[in-house]
Design a binder for this molecule. Structure first.
Ligand SMILES: [Zn+2]
Length: 410
């Protein structure tokens, strides 16, 4: 039972916590969050794919003062709860499912302890967009940055669903400047490192380092997946070009023409200079010039270079790579890593995601009889999570019935 070790704090109108996030309060806030709000049961159900999948799973805790504790594992939901409440981790990472319980790995002969499966995961981080962001850089993000994230989610999610046939995709806001995707289908969890690498490469189009000017090169005929991505980009391109104001200054115009064939650059620069127009009008002028060519690759390459998702491929490739857990708290912003409802992706606002302070404050000042996260603004995000877990559970029990029926055929 939630909070069985001590009685739940009585509802009241006064709170010890301010709803504004104050990092110095983090240890107390986390203690409260892990005691009363964290949705252990649903979290546990998510990771219980089959008999050993939970107890053989690695959790890694980052404690206060950056103490890093790897290879934690738990046999049950109550053991997980006890472990989290006792350690009060500033950050929780999820690792692979091993052939032995990770916490006893030291007693296993070297070479006999290995990662066997894990969700296929993706990490999109705004810092990888610094070559095309004009609004912010480094760890900062704003609403304009978020347009890149929406495009990335739609493109990657479509490919995972339609090109690979994965049904169980959980998208989560990282709490600061990006998003993660957890693909939980059994076929995805069993993928080898080389298969994960192949998928990551399939989804990577923008290549080259900071020195390279032109980073997208398409081959004819253009792959259907890329054409689908371009269809998604077209929904956002006007917004993106205006928000980033890609053609507002000579410097920005020069940057863009550098990735075009030289024969276009002079004419375009003259055209742009001659008229004092918005970035979007200039962009359209460029498109019509480029599309006069019979081969429309150049125009598509520019669009892709300025909007196509940048993935942190190392996170996807490694079976043993740790990734920040959904529903933990980002220590810098205090925001919870909440699931994202893809049906409402255009309305998702990272700055409206509740902070741990807000949740603790809401819990303490609750006036209804609701329990745990239900009386906080985490509830709508949890609806997305519960829906995801339920669909995962019903497809795995259907799978079990199917394989049970097959084995009865003998
Ligand atoms: Zn920004």
């Amino acid at each position: 039972m939630e909070g069985s070790s001590s009685s739940s704090p009585a509802p009241g109108l006064k709170s010890a916590f301010s709803s504004e996030y104050d990092r110095s309060q983090l240890p107390d806030l986390l203690k409260f969050y892990y005691s009363w709000i964290f949705p252990y049961q649903k979290y546990y159900e998510w990771l219980c794919y089959d008999e050993d999948s939970f107890s053989h799973r690695e959790f890694s805790f980052t404690l206060e003062d950056d103490v890093y504790v790897r290879y934690q594992s738990f046999d049950s939901c109550s053991a997980l709860k006890e472990g989290i409440r006792k350690n009060c981790p500033f950050k929780i990472d999820i690792g692979a499912i091993f052939n032995h319980k990770p916490r006893i790995h030291k007693s296993i002969q070297p070479g006999n302890f290995r990662a066997e499966s894990k969700e296929l995961v993706f990490d999109i981080d705004m810092t990888d967009y610094d070559d095309i962001r004009t609004c912010c850089s480094d760890a900062n993000i704003c609403h304009n940055c978020w347009t890149f994230v929406k495009i990335a989610i739609k493109i990657i999610d479509r490919a995972l669903s339609e090109d690979f046939g994965f049904s169980h995709r959980l998208w989560v806001y990282s709490g600061r400047r990006g998003v993660h995707c957890w693909v939980c289908d059994p076929q995805a969890r069993k993928l080898s490192q080389s298969a994960r690498t192949a998928i990551a490469e399939y989804l990577t189009l923008v290549k080259g380092n900071d020195q390279q000017v032109k980073k997208v090169s398409l081959k004819q005929p253009i792959h259907p997946s890329i054409n689908n991505a371009l269809g998604i980009i077209d929904e956002y391109i006007e917004t993106l070009v205006m928000e980033q104001d890609y053609l507002s200054s000579e410097e920005r115009c020069n940057k863009l023409v550098r990735c075009l064939p030289r024969r276009y650059s002079e004419q375009l620069q003259e055209d742009w200079k001659a008229r004092n127009e918005t970035s979007w009008t200039r962009w359209q002028r460029m498109e019509s010039v480029l599309n006069r060519d019979t081969d429309d690759r150049t125009c598509k390459e520019v669009k892709l270079q300025y909007s196509y998702p940048r993935l942190d491929v190392n996170v996807t490739k490694g079976l043993n790579h740790l990734l920040k857990s959904p529903l933990c708290v980002h220590p810098k912003t205090g925001r919870v890593c909440v699931p994202i409802n893809l049906k409402e992706i255009d309305d998702f606002d990272p700055f409206a995601v509740p902070t741990v302070s807000q949740l603790c404050h809401e819990f303490e000042t609750r006036t209804d009889g609701k329990k745990d996260y239900h009386c906080t603004s985490l509830a709508p995000y949890m609806t997305t999570f519960v829906h995801f877990v339920t669909s995962l559970q019903s497809s795995s029990s259907a799978q079990r019935r199917k394989s049970g029926a097959t084995s009865m055929d003998f």
